[in-house]
Design a binder for this molecule. Structure first.
Ligand SMILES: Cc1cc2nc3c(=O)[nH]c(=O)nc-3n(C[C@H](O)[C@H](O)[C@H](O)COP(=O)(O)OP(=O)(O)OC[C@H]3O[C@@H](n4cnc5c(N)ncnc54)[C@H](O)[C@@H]3O)c2cc1C
Length: 593
């Protein structure tokens, strides 16, 4: 497998040239003075080193060894403990944290690039800090001052890690039917009892303590999602002086043996009257979870992107090296027994599809991160508008980027032929590792329902119009630029196709209860392809005039052309499926399946 090389040039290009990040950072009231270009670049360079030198080297061995469970104790694969210690010493767990409790308060636009490098080099490792970040966000937004002071500094340090305990054996998507109970205790805390499954980092040997955020129900709670509360339940209780106290009746019953991310411990957790503290309000636990959900979901999209880029890097190196057959145009390297496979149109199709989807995904993640930053650090109408954009775009960034992530890693495997199927080259690991990103943090089917139902139909298409207005603003700015018309014209046509599909779907949903669910996944994909087209047009806008200066820009323009010519036309088939309605899906009697 090729060594991981962080795509710093691409990241800098996006941050500083396409999205003018520094200008935005200076303008945002909550960020002023916190970060400038120099700091951002230094942070990216440091993470690039950590990813290549520390995380990448234990990726394959972590997959082969996996995690161990022995009598309730979980051990991570060799090298993980040391890598985690290095990660924490570098202060990486504090990057996006609240400065009041020891965080660095950096923008998500920067965090997104950092996350990509961590996940691309070692997705299993990435999950330990990612889950801690998620727990910190929820605590910061909803917990009492006392809990924040007690837990956040140690969690930002990484001395204590976090876990999110939602899923139960009978309750995954439908959390309204969870059974874990929370009984009030006299001292104001709660006694938590129940079983959770599939808990990432539920137990591990990396941190001194594990802070579980657990969804549970009070005895008199209303039925369904409105009766769920959120509790902070540490593995070890914490004394008044901040030191670790006794064990808190939180036990790991087993770990899962699974398809991929084998170095990430996926735990069955038992809470047997463990002491917990309420986070946020009683019965508002799901809402509290949703605060961090947008960050988490974008993060999962970035996992899809990281795996795609890793697979692309390997495939590209292999395609330049592997010689098989001659080019249809005649021998390109006559001195060799055959030409490198990169000369073949079909191999180029696979590589360019990867390159175009990686570039589109990275730009979309940065674009959504930009809206997250404005919604967090901005003010007034600008902040409100950004919140709406985040709500609309998050399911697309999560589901489309991870669906494309599987496609990309499979293409990267295919470039290797049979050598991609065997373990030696690492391409099959990426396919196995990335597959989970389509499932956890809300399956991609549920993301599509969220986009269609809560975000589009429920708003009568109003949120979609916000996105459309941003695309239109870009198109209008190009009106006098002939060189951009090859991108702007099709982008305008695709925006119109998406608008028509949106309007039809909203209208159909008034008459047919199955209409949103029937259209949802294809609608999300249609949206995703148009969003990536917007991103590639933005890239071309910057790169077109600089092509002669630096071949990097030429590569960007040519990839944009490939995207528009070869991938964007997929929208035609998707729109036809969206417009087909629910009849053919629902007509077939169940016994005829
Ligand atoms: C490796 C791994 C790590 C995980 N980490 C965590 C973690 O850290 N914390 C945690 O709490 N959970 C975690 N999970 C659980 C994960 O989030 C759930 O598996 C996921 O949300 C789906 O729930 P489920 O498996 O019960 O599937 P189900 O909810 O049973 O869904 C089965 C299928 O039905 C579909 N479906 C369900 N309802 C609907 C509907 N209304 N409309 C249309 N389709 C529907 C789904 O899309 C899916 O295709 C993890 C899971 C795995 C495998």
């Amino acid at each position: 497998m090729a060594d991981y090389k962080a795509p710093l040039r691409e990241m800098n290009f996006l941050l500083h040239e396409v999205f003018a990040a520094e200008k935005l950072w200076t303008k945002l009231p909550g960020l002023a003075g916190a970060v400038d270009r120099e700091t951002a670049d230094a942070i990216l360079e440091e993470m690039a080193k950590l990813a290549s030198n520390t995380l990448d080297p234990i990726n394959r061995s972590g997959d082969e060894e996996g995690c161990h469970w022995n009598d309730g104790v979980v051990t991570t694969p060799e090298g993980f403990k040391e890598a985690y210690a290095t990660f924490c010493e570098g202060g990486w767990g504090a990057l996006l944290g609240n400065p009041e409790y020891g965080g660095m308060g950096m923008p998500k636009m920067l965090g997104a690039q950092v996350e990509e490098m961590i996940t691309a080099s070692n997705i299993s490792f990435a999950l330990y800090p990612v889950l801690t970040n998620g727990a910190c966000l929820a605590i910061d937004a909803h917990a009492s001052e006392e809990l924040k002071q007690k837990f956040l500094p140690k969690m930002y340090e990484g001395t204590w890690a976090g876990a999110m305990d939602l899923t139960e054996p009978h309750a995954g998507t439908d959390l309204g039917i969870i059974r874990t109970k929370a009984e009030p205790r006299e001292d104001g805390s709660y006694s938590i009892s129940g079983s959770k499954i599939f808990i990432t980092g539920g137990d591990q040997d990396l941190s001194e303590n594990i802070i579980h955020l657990v969804l549970a129900k009070l005895p008199d709670a209303p039925k369904g999602p409105k009766g769920i509360s959120l509790f902070l339940v540490p593995k070890y209780k914490v004394n008044e002086d901040g030191g670790l106290g006794e064990s808190n009746k939180v036990n790991c019953g087993s770990i899962e043996h699974k398809m991929g991310i084998k170095a990430s411990a996926t735990c069955a957790m038992n809470f047997d009257g463990a002491q917990g503290w309420l986070v946020g309000e009683v019965n508002k636990g799901l809402a509290a979870m949703f605060t961090m959900m947008n960050y988490e979901r974008l993060g999962v999209g970035i996992q899809g992107l990281g795996a795609s880029d890793r697979s692309y890097q390997n495939a590209l190196e292999y395609a330049r090296d592997r010689i098989q057959s001659r080019s249809p145009a005649g021998a390109q390297q006559p001195a060799k027994a055959a030409d490198p496979i990169i000369v073949h149109p079909d191999v180029r199709r696979m590589l360019l599809t990867q390159k175009a989807l990686v570039g589109g995904g990275r730009a979309l993640s940065t674009y959504v991160a930009q809206w997250l930053d404005i919604s967090k650090f901005g003010e007034g109408d600008e902040k409100k508008n950004a919140e709406a954009m985040v709500a609309l775009l998050t399911p697309v960034a999560k589901a489309f980027t991870t669906d494309m992530g599987l496609d990309c890693t499979v293409l990267g495997q295919q470039v290797f032929g049979g050598h991609g199927y065997i373990r030696e080259w690492g391409q099959e690991q990426l396919v196995r590792d990335v597959r989970i990103t389509q499932i956890y943090e809300g399956t991609n089917g549920i993301q599509a329902l969220d986009l269609v139902g809560r975000k589009t139909v429920a708003s009568g298409g109003a949120l979609f119009e916000l996105f459309a207005a941003d695309v239109q603003k870009f198109i209008d700015r190009q009106v006098d630029r002939e060189t951009m018309s090859e991108f702007v014209r099709p982008l305008a046509a695709e925006l119109q196709r998406l608008r028509e599909a949106t309007e039809k779907m909203v209208a159909a949903s008034q008459e047919d209860l199955h209409a949103p669910g029937a259209a949802s996944v294809e609608y999300l994909h249609l949206f995703g392809y148009v969003a990536y087209a917007f991103m590639w047009a933005k890239v071309a806008d910057v790169a077109l005039d600089k092509q002669e200066v630096d071949s990097f820009y030429k590569g960007q323009v040519k990839t944009a052309r490939f995207y528009f010519a070869r991938l964007l036309p997929r929208t035609q088939a998707l729109a036809a499926s969206v417009n087909a309605g629910s009849a053919t899906l629902m007509d077939l009697e169940e016994e005829l399946f």
